[in-house]
Design a protein around this ligand. Sequence first.
Ligand SMILES: [Zn+2]
Length: 87
Amino acid sequence: MPGQSGPEARTWEVPMKTLTTYRRASGDIFWHFRVACKDWPQNSFDERKDSEHPPERGGFCLKCIRIRTNERFLYLRKNFPFLVPSL
Ligand SMILES: [Zn+2]
């Protein structure tokens, strides 16, 4: 039955197919990718948009990673409640 078997059904890391905007403040090495981040660069920055592949050079902001981790947890709990126990 389509969508019920195959490798996708056993993949824990569910891809989120949204276009992501990456910003890196001038002179910094960390890319931000969540507008909600307190440190989201506003003035002077490099920017690129990508749907799947993050920028190949540099690291990522820990605050943005935490925001995304929380988003994924909420996404999994909503769509795959049998995988994520209630708190
Ligand atoms: Zn950030």
